[in-house]
Design a protein around this ligand. Structure first.
Ligand code: HEC
Length: 272
């Protein structure tokens, strides 16, 4: 009796858990575990997500604008060189001009001294800080990670980046945010050292798309998805070519087999 009453106290909770799990499975959404310390990002309908879809070049172009004018003041992208942008979202002339606007430390020259020169197509995106210590010092001890591969380095990929950039809000009742941190339910632990970076009208797009917070977040996430996998479009195109080639080969092989076997399949064997 005592055991039953104890279980009875727990039964509603057990039933509720089972119900929630069933509902989550039925609706195909991710199960939020009690020990998760962050909100899972929703899945957004990215234009490049389909099996046959390529990146939206105009979005990459706008996304670069957002990175350059907002994120680049804290985040490096040391795996992306200016030449990588050519024919992806910009012409060679445009990229050359963009590179030349930056100043790059180079050296040694004939006298053994380092010197600065305008950037070239082969230079990587200029880093905002000289080293990790400088980056931490400027950011309250937190290190802004390099963004070249961030889409591959985080669960949820571009969904997570978008949710993170647009997820800043006031902390709920009862949660106190440590000084220097900002409440963001999508970040593990809910408190991130990066302040909200995107605000409506933060940049100006040259195709006159209104620069709303969500537009900028979408475009910069697309740009970062491209940066983490520049071969994405080529990969899908190659996949299509291989599937088409082997599809045709299969049909040809089927025909050839039937043709060669028709003699054996249609002959009549009689025993005397
Ligand atoms: C003022 C400096 C600053 C700016 C501007 C900035 N960030 Fe950050 N960012 C940080 C810092 C600092 C961290 C590390 C946060 C932490 O570890 O708590 C960070 C972390 C991140 C992370 C990693 C979060 C994780 O899961 O670890 C991403 C992604 C990111 N930033 C994207 C961006 C993008 C995209 C932009 C431009 C729209 C941007 N940031 C602008 C300072 C900045």
């Amino acid at each position: 009796m005592a055991a039953w009453s104890r279980l009875g106290g727990r039964l509603p909770a057990v039933a509720a858990t089972a119900g929630a799990t069933g509902l989550a499975l039925a609706t195909g959404s991710t199960v939020l575990r009690a020990n998760d310390d962050a909100l899972h990002p929703p899945q957004f309908p990215w234009s490049h997500k389909g099996a046959l879809s390529s990146f939206d070049a105009a979005s990459i172009r706008r996304g670069y604008n957002v990175y350059r004018n907002v994120c680049a003041s804290c985040h490096s992208m040391n795996r992306i060189a200016y030449r990588n942008l050519v024919d992806v979202a910009f012409s060679t002339e445009e990229v050359k001009e963009m590179a030349e606007e930056t100043e790059v430390e180079d050296g040694p020259n004939d006298e053994g001294l380092s010197f600065s020169r305008p950037g070239r197509l082969s230079d990587v995106m200029p880093a905002p800080y000289a080293n990790e210590e400088a980056a931490r010092y400027a950011n309250n001890g937190a290190l802004p990670p390099d963004l070249s591969l961030i889409v591959k380095a985080r669960e949820g990929g571009e969904d997570y980046i978008f949710a993170l950039l647009t997820g800043y809000r006031d902390p709920p009742e009862g949660i106190s945010v440590r000084e220097g941190l900002h409440y963001n339910p999508y970040f593990a632990g809910g408190q991130i050292a990066m302040a909200r970076a995107l605000y409506d009208g933060g940049v100006e797009f040259d195709d006159l798309t209104p620069a709303t917070t969500s537009q900028m977040a979408k475009d910069v996430s697309t740009f970062l998805a491209w940066a983490a996998e520049p071969e994405h479009d080529e990969r899908k195109k190659m996949g299509m070519e291989w599937v088409a080639t082997f599809g045709l080969l299969t049909v040809a092989m089927f025909y050839a087999k039937r043709f060669k076997w028709s003699v054996f399949k249609t002959r009549k064997i009689t025993f005397r």
